[in-house]
Design a binder for this molecule. Structure first.
Ligand code: FES
Length: 294
């Protein structure tokens, strides 16, 4: 068997109808597939992927995450012996060793007749009946070596078929409470959920747009600030250049003015001396002229 048989596909359709999105039904659908074949076949998982609109690899990634799903063939009965602390203290290691000898396989393997798969498992919450075992997720314990042998004999002899269904069957009396909800009620709930999803998407889009606008404004402000700073620096550079060019001229003017001042000073001194001589010698001017003649 590979893909879901028609009666299983009908159950799959009913399961998916319980969820707003088909993919939400993936876990119960995997159990459904496992109930059909005893384990999860590749073709079966591809069929589930088609039904819930996922990639086959996504279905496999979910299936391989959980211990209760088996992607390899297993026996009709999967026996899990707990070796966690409470069971360990009550002889679980010895019980597991005995089980391996009784079935002729190591834990993790399946008997050649395909009847039993033996597993070592973590605590299965049946500690007060330690050491305990599960067979297709039905509890047995506390178990002695003899009790384990009896359990195996009863399973092989079909004497526990009412208590333990083949591997993959979780329940044989299915509840249909969820399926009693009217299609109109389900459609209404889906409409509400779709509205909520749309509102949330619109809110997220508006928030994203506002954030983008704020970023753009901030960027524009930063660019404007940089441009203003560049203008200030340019003006400062021009002013400095002007100052440099004007500096020597001022200096030259000062340099030109100094000899003139000195010349004026000397000329003034000469006039003062001549005036002084005239004042000290009466008729001095005539004397000087006389000396020039002589
Ligand atoms: S430790 Fe074994 S069932 Fe809890």
């Amino acid at each position: 068997m590979s893909r879901l048989a028609p009666e299983f596909e009908k159950r799959a359709t009913d399961l998916m109808a319980l969820y707003p999105q088909r993919r939400s039904a993936l876990l119960p659908l995997l159990h459904l597939l496992q109930e059909q074949d005893g384990h999860l076949t590749e073709d079966g998982m591809e069929h589930l992927a088609e039904l819930v609109d996922l990639m086959p690899a996504e279905v496999l990634s979910v299936a391989s995450f959980y211990d209760m799903y088996h992607v390899e063939p297993v026996g009709r009965y999967v026996i899990g012996i707990c070796t966690n602390i409470a069971c360990l203290l009550d002889g679980a290691e010895e019980l597991l060793h005995h089980a391996e000898q009784r079935l002729g396989v190591k834990h993790g393997a399946t008997t050649p007749d395909g009847l039993f798969t033996l597993e070592e498992v973590e605590c299965v919450a049946h500690c007060n009946f330690a050491p305990c075992a599960q067979v297709n997720y039905r509890y047995f314990g506390p178990l002695t070596d003899e009790g384990f042998d009896q359990l195996v004999d009863d399973l092989a002899g079909d004497r526990l078929k009412d208590q333990v269904p083949p591997h993959g069957t979780l329940v044989r009396v299915r509840r249909d409470g969820g399926l009693r909800v009217s299609p109109e009620r389900i459609a209404e709930e889906r409409r509400i959920v779709a509205g909520q999803i749309a509102d949330r998407a619109a809110g997220e889009a508006a928030a994203k747009k506002a954030a983008e606008e704020a970023d753009a404004k901030k960027e524009a402000d930063e660019e404007a600030g940089k441009a203003g700073q560049a203008k200030v620096e340019e003006a400062a550079a021009k002013a400095e250049q002007s100052t440099k060019e004007a500096g020597p001229q001022v200096k030259d003017e000062k340099a030109d003015q100094q000899p003139k001042a000195e010349a004026l000073g000397q000329a003034q001194e000469g006039q003062d001396a001549e005036g002084g001589a005239k004042a000290a010698t009466p008729g001095g001017s005539a004397d000087v002229e006389e000396k020039k003649d002589s």
